[in-house]
Design a binder for this molecule. Structure first.
Ligand code: ZN
Length: 198
């Protein structure tokens, strides 16, 4: 079942989500929720969806960066973003650790801030400890776009939206992103929008 996606302004997006117990993870209700969130994410389409985005304050997110989503990006864009296919995965009760190093900036959007994108700085690499859909411990390391998706989704579980981290001077509608900024360097975007590096 495709679930309605909550938009910014709904307090559920600002509240810290609660962790799930092992019993809950293995329950029919949560297994069905995971299936519905996968369907909702694919229908949107999006590369990640966190439970607060469908109105539930639970520490659960689904992630998938399928090859077909990358079809519109040029090889240069994929390489610059270190964007590679991420198979469908579920993270529950995640603990995020940012690897040291300079943050990287790219345009980023959110299904709960529908229609808008902005430059958002993110750590280039992260480690995550979490439970998977079966309640098993998973430890993963990620770089590039996968690391960005993880940071974005785990932010949702703490009531943080990408608008809290974006440079607001770079806010662009999707049509204007395509018209003006796709394929341009961050430096060019910043110069054209009079948005000095922060
Ligand atoms: Zn989001």
């Amino acid at each position: 079942m495709i679930l309605p996606i909550v938009q910014a302004g709904d307090p559920v997006l600002r509240a810290p989500a609660r962790p799930l117990s092992l019993d809950e993870i293995q329950s029919t209700a949560i297994q069905q929720l995971i299936a519905d969130m996968r369907e909702t994410m694919r229908a949107a389409p999006g590369v990640g969806l966190a439970a607060p985005q469908i109105g539930l304050g639970l520490q659960l997110a689904v992630i998938e960066d399928a090859l077909e989503y990358q079809a519109n990006a040029t090889p240069d864009e994929l390489a610059e973003r270190e964007r590679e296919v991420v198979p469908f995965s579920v993270i529950i009760n995640p603990v995020l650790t940012l690897e040291p190093g300079a943050p990287v900036e790219f345009f980023e959007g959110c299904l709960s801030v529908d229609g808008w994108m902005a430059l958002v700085p993110r750590a280039a690499a992260v480690r995550v400890e979490a439970l998977d859909e079966n309640g098993r411990d998973v430890r993963l390391t990620a770089r590039g776009w996968h690391a960005r998706i993880l940071q974005h989704e785990i932010d949702h579980l703490h009531g943080t939206l990408c608008v809290d981290r974006m440079d607001p001077r770079t806010l662009s509608s999707h049509p204007n992103y395509s018209k003006f900024w796709r394929g341009h360097t961050v430096a060019d975007v910043r110069a054209a929008l009079h948005a000095p590096p922060r």
